[in-house]
Design a protein around this ligand. Structure first.
Ligand code: R5P
Length: 310
């Protein structure tokens, strides 16, 4: 087995290799003067089971292209099997046509990865589980919930905790965490009654006096999260903490989070934390290296991966 990494998340790739007790494979990913990407695999991969770790996070298109070119390089070097490991699968939010004459970019990206030569995909908390079906190759979608739940148990008195979905679309995920923690569930329902009117946040559930835990798959601008936190505090919540798998945190999102009423935002390292994230007083990063490392090891040994969800 050999593990290689593009430039998107080398820290996580190194931590995964540490878990697996393997050196990170030698590969150079460089740019020509016109920004074309050039990849060179620095060791023999003939007949090997190769895993390429690359999140398609910001700059999304560059990181996606790096992944495709790395897959091509490894395929042309006669690897036995290639698994694209995407701790964060960018473009996942474009998983359906939101209107006429629009693309389904998540499907296009799945086609690109497959056509480049990947034999399998390993990913984490896909925005929509159905995206697995966009790939015609085996795709394992891992869940961060066991890691998040463990962190909640270590840091919170569960008796006073209420799990909250920040929107109606996230209820299934929130219910899974509430069930695992044996806690109550509330939902923030965002509604705009008429076009042009401002959104009204209705909280479904009694959050008064509760320590609320917002759960979501992505925090991007931070809008969904900070608005939900504000609505919960207005409804009498004692504190609001957020557990979110993928810290996309674009533009001024970190500033928005640090100046919000959020007690803490806990994200994973599926996207490499920027220096702004690392120095934010209320953002904490927990690692997915052991989960991904174990899944890689089991894939290589042809063992069950689904038992990691327990
Ligand atoms: C939406 O369906 C996702 O689950 C997240 O709630 C969304 O991507 C968060 O985006 P933002 O932080 O920009 O509100």
């Amino acid at each position: 087995m050999k593990v290689f990494a593009g430039n998107s998340n080398r820290l996580l790739a190194e931590a995964i290799c540490n878990y697996l007790n393997l050196p990170l494979g030698k590969a150079t990913v460089r740019r020509f003067a016109d920004q074309e990407i050039f990849v060179e695999i620095g060791e023999n991969v003939r007949g090997e089971d190769v895993f390429i770790v690359q999140s398609t996070s910001f700059p999304t298109n560059d990181h996606l292209m790096e992944l495709l070119i790395m897959i091509d390089a490894v395929r042309r070097s006669s690897a036995r099997r290639i698994t694209a490991v995407l701790p964060y699968f960018g473009y996942a939010r474009q998983d359906r046509k939101p209107g006429p004459r629009t693309p389904i970019s998540a499907k296009l990206v799945a086609n690109l990865i497959t056509e480049a030569g990947a034999d399998r995909v390993l990913t984490l908390d896909l925005h929509a589980g159905q995206i697995q079906g966009f790939f015609d190759i085996p795709t394992d979608n891992l869940y961060a919930i066991p890691i998040l739940a463990r962190d909640v148990k270590e840091n919170y008195n569960l008796k006073n905790v209420m799990v909250v979905s920040p929107d109606v679309g996230g209820v299934v995920r929130a219910r899974a965490l509430a069930k695992r923690l044996d806690c109550l569930l509330a939902i923030v329902d965002k509604r705009r009654d008429r076009p042009g009117e401002s959104e009204v946040m209705n909280v479904i559930g009694e959050v008064n006096g509760k320590d609320c835990l917002l759960i979501d798959d992505i925090v991007d601008s931070g809008g969904t999260l900070c608005n939900a936190a504000e609505a919960l505090l207005k409804n009498g919540a004692t504190s609001v903490t957020a557990y979110i798998t993928h810290g996309v945190l674009s533009g001024g999102a970190v500033a928005r989070v640090t100046s919000s009423m959020l007690k803490e935002l806990v994200i994973t390292d599926s996207i490499q934390p920027t220096t702004a994230v690392q120095s934010a007083h209320n953002v904490r990063v927990i690692s997915t290296a052991a989960l991904l490392g174990e899944a890689i090891s089991r894939t290589s040994q042809e063992e069950s991966v689904s038992s990691l969800f327990d």
